[in-house]
Design a protein around this ligand. Structure first.
Ligand SMILES: [Fe+2]
Ligand SMILES: [Fe+2]
Length: 274
């Protein structure tokens, strides 16, 4: 059994200090096998915001696996946006844009979906992208691993839109990526970006995918940029054919358990059990 504490979209610069402080003790209390942070460390990719984000991440439990988000690329400094988009991310957070975590039961691969032109055109590019080179890289790093290992891919941008909303925010290249994930026996995708927590089988949105792959979204852990949901994080318990996603949401004074979703894999298909 493994546990992943999945936080996302901490957005330093638009953070809530009280929530942030409470989350530190909360996450240490969970003693997760791995802490995942799926992007948007900052609001505007400024050095001061990155410095605070880095200091904060250093206070959270390890091991940690992190990926950048679209807000981690400068918005107004066009020169920096295209010339050295993740300079501050590399300087303050990590140089590693291809992070990997591995133990005998669990393989987790991080993929950078943030792009410089994210903000340039209205709509089309803001949702990030996975390139062919990145898919090849994932294949090289994941395909040869033993089937007993539970395999997870972490991105900032999601593969599945929120239920009951128009499809938006989906990473470009999702169909090609999921075909590659299928071949490499990926079991679950983790992402953020929309500041909404939800989960399900990727095939609810991608009918061509044959393999049942779980898609799990985390809300924003500590940011004031909320979308009709409280600040929250997911504690994900993983057994090979059983996954439980326990949402822990801020109630104004503490994090408390709210929605709990359990999936069982029956003949290769993830079934939601509540
Ligand atoms: Fe965000
Ligand atoms: Fe984002």
């Amino acid at each position: 059994m493994r546990t992943i504490a999945h936080i996302s979209d901490i957005h330093f610069g638009k953070d809530d200090p009280a929530v942030a402080e409470a989350l530190v003790g909360e996450l240490h209390g969970q003693k997760p096998s791995l802490l995942v942070m799926s992007g948007d460390f900052t609001q505007r990719a400024r050095a001061g915001q990155y410095r605070r984000a880095a200091e904060y991440m250093a206070r959270l439990p390890g091991p940690q696996l992190v990926v950048p988000g679209n807000h981690d690329i400068p918005l107004y400094n066009v020169l920096a946006r295209f010339g050295w988009p993740l300079y501050n991310y590399r300087r303050f957070i990590t140089h590693d844009l291809r992070p990997i975590y591995e133990d005998p039961e669990l393989l987790v691969i991080g993929v950078n979906t943030a792009r410089s032109w994210t903000w340039t055109f209205d709509g089309f590019w803001k949702d990030g992208r996975i390139s062919e080179e990145q898919l090849l890289d994932i294949k090289l790093r994941a395909c040869d691993h033993p089937p007993e290992q539970f395999k997870v891919v972490v991105t900032h941008h999601p593969f599945v839109p929120p239920p009951r909303e128009r499809p938006h925010g989906i990473v470009h290249g999702a169909a090609e990526a999921l075909a590659a994930f299928e071949n490499c026996h990926i079991d679950m995708c983790l992402a953020g970006h929309l500041h909404m927590g939800y989960s399900g089988d990727v095939r609810t949105h991608h009918e061509a995918v044959k393999r049942s792959i779980l898609s799990v979204q985390a809300g924003t852990a500590i940011s004031t940029r909320r979308r009709d949901e409280p600040n929250a994080y997911n504690l994900i318990t993983i057994n090979p054919d059983h996954v439980t996603i326990q949402v822990h949401a801020w109630n104004g004074g503490a994090f408390e358990k709210t929605l709990r979703t359990h999936f069982t894999r029956d003949e290769g298909v993830w079934q939601r059990e509540g």
